[in-house]
Design a binder for this molecule. Structure first.
Ligand SMILES: Nc1ncnc2c1ncn2[C@@H]1O[C@H](COP(=O)(O)OP(=O)(O)OP(=O)(O)O)[C@@H](O)[C@H]1O
Ligand SMILES: [Mg+2]
Length: 448
C-alpha cells in the first residue's frame, strides 16, 4: 500500500517520503515540516491515532489523512474529532486519493497563507517555533537569523522558561547543518564523574562499569549542533577540557589513546550570572570568551507585556486542538488575568497556566475561574488593600498603570497612538510611561 501510494502520488507531481512505521513517522514530523500526512489507522506498535495525536501537538499542523480497512464509524468520528482532515476506506481508487490529497493540500496552503497575512498585519514576528511582537523579541529573531548560517559559537542567556532551548534549535534549523543531528546535553543533570565520558565518549574497559565503548555527544553531533545547556554548572576541571576541545576541534575518548577530529557547532545556554561566577572563581574567563562569540539575551516575559496576548492565543489554539476541547475563545476576564500576572517562570509558566485553565474549563469559553488567585503586585493594585495595615502606594499605582496600559495595548493590537487615545493621554505621555515601566511595544511603525 505504501509503495503504491508513493508511486501514484509521485506521478501526480507530489514529493513523497515513505517511512516504515508510526514511530519513525513521529520522529520525522517533529524534526521537519510536511504539507500532508497520510497514515494507516491500524499498524503494529504505534498506531494511526498516535500519529494523528502527535501531528496535532505540532505548531501549525499539516492535514492528516487516515486510511483503514477496518473502518468503524466510531474510530472515524474519533479521528475527525481529534482533527484528522479526512478518512478513506480501503480499497480506494487512485483518482479518489488524488482528489482528496489535492483538496487537503489546497486547504493547508490557504490556512498557511491566512495565518501569514494575519501575523503580518498584527506585527507578529516568528522564528522557527517562536513568536513575538515586542521590539526586544524582534531584535532577538533578527540576530538569530543573522548568526544561524555561520558556525560561530553562540551563548544564550535568559531566565528560566524564556525560550533558550527554542533559540538553540532555531540556530540549528536555520543553518546548513539542519539535516545533521542536534544534540542537547544538560550540564547540570549529569554527575561529575560521568561528564567526561558523556561529552567525549569512552573506550571499552576504561573505567569500572565501562563494559562497552560509548560515543560522546561531540561525535554524536558530528556535522550538526551541540547544545550545552546550563553551561554554568560545569565543573572547573571539565571547563578546562571543554576549552581544549573547542580550541583544537579534536576529542579524546576516556581511556582512548587517539584523538578524533570533530566538526560541531557549539551553542551554550545559561540562566546564571556568568560574570559573577567568573568573579567568584567558579567559571573560567577563557572558556567564557571562547563560548561568547555572539550573545543572545532573552528578556523576561514581564518586560514584554505585549507578547502576552499573542502567546496566550498561540498556546490556547494548540492546547485546545491537542486536548480535543472545542472552546470558542478566550474570555476577557481570562485575558485580563494573563495580562496582570508577573510570570516568574516566564513563557513556560504562561504555557502551563493556559494548559491548566483549558483542562479545567467546563464552559465553552476560557474563563479565569481556574486560574490561581492573583496575589502580590496585581492583586494589591486592584484592591489597594492595606495588607498588614500597610500599602505600598507607588507600587500599587505602578501596577494599576501597567495593567491598564497593557489592556489598552491589547485592545488596539499594540498600536500606541490608539492606545493613548483610549487612555486619554498624549502619545508622548504614553511613550514616557512605557519607558518608565519597562514595557516595550511592537515595531514602532506607528511612530510617525
Ligand atoms: N517566543 C516563544 N514563542 C513560543 N513558545 C515559546 C517562546 N518562548 C518560549 N516558549 C515555550 O516556553 C517553554 C520554555 O521554553 P524553553 O524550554 O526554550 O526555555 P528555557 O529558557 O530553555 O528554560 P529553562 O531555563 O527552564 O531550561 C517551551 O515550551 C517553549 O516552547
Ligand atoms: Mg532549557
Amino acid at each position: 500500500m505504501r509503495e503504491f501510494l508513493t508511486i501514484c502520488l509521485g506521478r501526480a507531481g507530489h514529493e513523497v517520503e515513505a517511512v516504515g512505521g508510526g514511530a519513525e513517522a513521529m520522529a520525522r514530523i517533529s524534526a521537519e515540516r510536511f504539507d500532508l500526512v497520510i497514515t494507516d489507522l491500524t499498524m503494529p506498535q504505534v498506531g494511526g491515532m498516535d500519529v494523528l495525536r502527535h501531528v496535532m501537538r505540532q505548531e501549525a499542523p499539516p492535514p492528516v489523512l487516515m486510511i483503514t480497512a477496518f473502518a468503524t464509524a466510531e474510530t472515524a468520528i474519533e479521528a475527525l474529532k481529534l482533527g484528522a482532515y479526512d478518512y478513506l476506506n480501503k480499497p480506494f481508487k487512485v483518482e479518489e486519493i488524488q482528489v482528496v490529497v489535492g483538496r487537503a493540500l489546497e486547504r493547508s496552503r490557504l490556512a498557511h497563507e491566512n495565518r501569514r497575512l494575519r501575523d503580518e498585519l498584527r506585527g507578529v514576528g516568528t522564528l522557527d517555533h517562536m513568536v513575538g511582537r515586542s521590539l526586544a523579541m524582534q531584535r532577538v529573531f533578527e540576530l538569530v537569523r543573522k548568526v544561524a548560517p555561520t558556525r560561530t559559537n553562540v551563548l544564550i542567556r535568559g531566565e528560566s522558561g524564556t525560550g533558550k532551548e527554542l533559540v538553540a534549535r532555531a540556530l540549528h534549523n536555520l543553518s546548513d547543518r539542519s539535516t545533521r543531528p542536534f544534540v542537547a546535553v544538560n550540564c547540570g543533570a549529569i554527575p561529575e564523574n560521568l561528564m567526561e565520558s558523556e561529552l567525549f565518549g569512552h573506550v571499552k574497559g576504561s573505567f569500572t562499569g565501562a563494559t562497552s565503548g560509548r560515543e560522546g555527544v561531540f561525535t554524536a553531533a558530528s556535522g550538526g549542533t551541540l547544545f550545552l545547556d546550563e553551561i554554568g554548572e560545569l565543573s572547573l576541571a571539565m571547563q578546562v577540557k571543554l576549552l581544549r576541545v573547542l580550541q583544537e576541534r579534536r576529542v579524546r575518548p576516556v581511556g582512548g589513546d587517539r584523538e578524533v577530529e570533530v566538526d560541531v557547532r557549539v551553542v551554550a545556554a545559561t540562566n546564571r550570572d556568568l560574570e559573577a561566577a567568573i568573579a567568584a572563581g567558579e567559571f573560567r574567563n577563557d572558556l567564557y570568551f571562547r563560548l561568547d562569540v555572539v550573545q543572545v539575551v532573552l528578556p523576561p516575559l514581564r518586560h514584554r507585556a505585549e507578547d502576552i496576548p499573542l502567546l496566550v492565543e498561540r498556546f490556547f489554539e494548540r492546547i485546545t486542538r491537542e486536548f480535543g476541547r472545542p472552546l470558542r475563545g478566550i474570555g476577557p476576564d481570562a485575558m485580563d488575568w494573563f495580562l496582570g500576572h508577573d510570570y516568574p517562570g516566564n513563557v513556560r509558566e504562561l504555557e502551563n497556566l493556559v494548559e491548566r485553565a483549558v483542562a479545567l474549563e467546563t464552559g465553552d469559553i476560557l474563563t479565569a475561574q481556574h486560574l490561581p488567585a492573583q496575589r502580590g503586585r496585581s492583586r494589591a493594585a486592584e484592591n489597594a488593600e492595606f495588607a498588614d495595615g500597610k500599602v505600598d502606594l507607588d507600587q500599587a499605582v505602578a501596577d494599576l498603570e501597567r495593567r491598564l496600559i497593557g489592556e489598552a495595548l491589547r485592545r488596539t493590537g499594540g498600536v500606541r497612538k490608539e492606545a493613548a487615545r483610549l487612555l486619554h493621554i498624549s502619545f508622548r505621555s504614553l511613550r514616557y510611561r512605557l519607558q518608565k515601566l519597562g514595557i516595550e511595544v511592537g515595531r514602532g511603525d506607528d511612530e510617525a
